[in-house]
Each structure stands twice: as structure tokens, then as C-alpha cells.
Design a protein around this ligand. Structure first.
Ligand code: MG
Ligand code: ZN
Length: 226
């Protein structure tokens, strides 16, 4: 069997499990987000700030993936949200089967939204469906304004792009217009939100996040003729 064939089989199997995850989350009325970004762009810090600022407006659960340690889970659980840590060892992305097992550790009935913090990586997490409703791509100004152009697949796949650490804009070489132009050229419909987790400027992200489950429920209800 050729290498390509094996990869295709792995992805097919992954997609089947992802469909099961999606069905399970939908039945529980949970909106699921796959958060993808490079190491250090601020994914975990954003989740900490989000949990702190939401103040019970929606019930959030988190699955977080890292090669090693439970440090992110420790940080996130300090805010009171249910969290499951996945350690991938040498694995550079999460797959649907890992997420399926992680979901077993979370009480879905108590949740509105589940955020999966993927392994810090802009490349292969994009190819693995986890059963999410939306993919969020996260960049930071420290990563440089060329990242959308260099990582087009994340931009294509994303429903929302976040640009973090805008408080550091004046200290690094970053052209906001280049970043925006490249992102919009690749995905004209993508929403782009600038934020500074360090300064607590995450309001637009919170608004987006809070409106998602309501939108999903309204769509589901409309489908049922409610
Ligand atoms: Mg993290
Ligand atoms: Zn990978």
C-alpha cells in the first residue's frame, strides 16, 4: 500500500469519527470551536480571559492539546471551566478520536460552547476535522504580517481570524494593511477581529462567541419547525 493511500485511509477514518462527534455535540446543543494558532500566539491566555470575562453569560468547556504537560489545563481550570487536557506526545495536531475520548470526560448537558485548543501549529491541524462547527485561526502581531499569505490553508478554512497582541504593534515590524489585504484576498468572507488579551480588549471576540450558540440553536429550531 502506498503512503498516499495510508494517509487517505487515516483521514477517512478521522472524518467518520468527526461526524460522530458533531452529531453528539449537536444533540447536546453544544456549539464547538476548533481554535488553531502557532505556539505563543495567546490561545490559552485568550481562553483564560474569556472564561473570566464571560461571567456565566455562556457555559464554556475546553479541550486543550499539547505535546506534553497539563499546564494549559491547570491555567484554564483555575477559572472554573471544565477542561480536559490531551497530550499528543510527538503528535503535532489533534484528531477526532482523541477529541471523542476527551468529550467523554465533560458533562455536555451543562455546556453551551466547547472550545478545542488545538496543538500550537499552523499547518496540519487544518486537515483534521474534529466535529467542530467553526474553525478559528489565531495569529499575533509578533508572528509577523506575512503569516496569512504563508499559511493560506488556515485562512481558507477559518470562519473567524483573530489577530492578538495588538498592544505590541508599535514594538514589532507589522503592517496591518498587508495582514488584512492578504487574509481578505484568500478568504473574502472571513471575519477578522483584532484583540489584545494582555490589555483585556477582547469584547468583539466575546460578542462573536456569545452569539454563536444562539445562532446555532435558532437554525436547529428553524429546521425542526419550532
Ligand atoms: Mg496553549
Ligand atoms: Zn500534525
Amino acid at each position: 500500500m502506498s503512503e498516499v493511500r495510508i494517509v487517505q485511509n487515516v483521514l477517512k477514518h478521522n472524518d467518520e469519527i468527526a461526524a460522530m462527534n458533531r452529531e453528539r455535540l449537536r444533540e447536546a446543543g453544544v456549539f464547538c470551536i476548533d481554535l488553531i494558532g502557532a505556539p505563543g500566539c495567546g490561545k490559552t491566555a485568550l481562553l483564560e480571559a474569556t472564561i473570566q470575562q464571560l461571567h456565566g453569560r455562556i457555559n464554556l468547556g475546553v479541550i486543550t492539546g499539547d505535546l506534553a504537560t497539563d499546564r494549559d489545563a491547570q491555567r484554564i481550570s483555575a477559572g472554573g471551566a471544565p477542561v480536559v487536557q490531551i497530550n499528543t506526545g510527538k503528535g503535532c495536531h489533534l484528531d477526532a478520536n482523541q477529541v471523542r475520548h476527551a468529550i467523554d470526560g465533560i458533562d455536555l448537558d451543562g455546556l453551551d460552547t466547547l472550545i478545542i485548543e488545538n496543538v500550537g501549529n499552523l499547518i496540519c491541524p487544518i486537515g483534521f476535522d474534529l466535529g467542530q462547527d467553526a474553525k478559528v485561526g489565531m495569529f499575533s502581531v509578533c508572528g509577523g504580517d506575512d503569516k496569512p499569505a504563508k499559511h493560506p490553508h488556515l485562512v481558507y478554512a477559518a470562519d473567524l481570524l483573530l489577530l492578538n497582541k495588538i498592544d505590541l504593534m508599535k514594538h514589532v515590524r507589522f503592517d496591518r494593511d498587508v495582514f488584512r489585504r492578504d487574509a481578505k484576498a484568500l478568504n473574502p468572507d472571513v471575519e477578522l477581529i483584532e484583540l489584545s488579551v494582555a490589555d483585556g480588549r477582547i469584547d468583539r471576540w466575546l460578542d462573536w462567541l456569545v452569539s454563536r450558540p444562539q445562532t446555532a440553536r435558532a437554525t436547529a429550531d428553524a429546521g425542526k419547525g419550532v
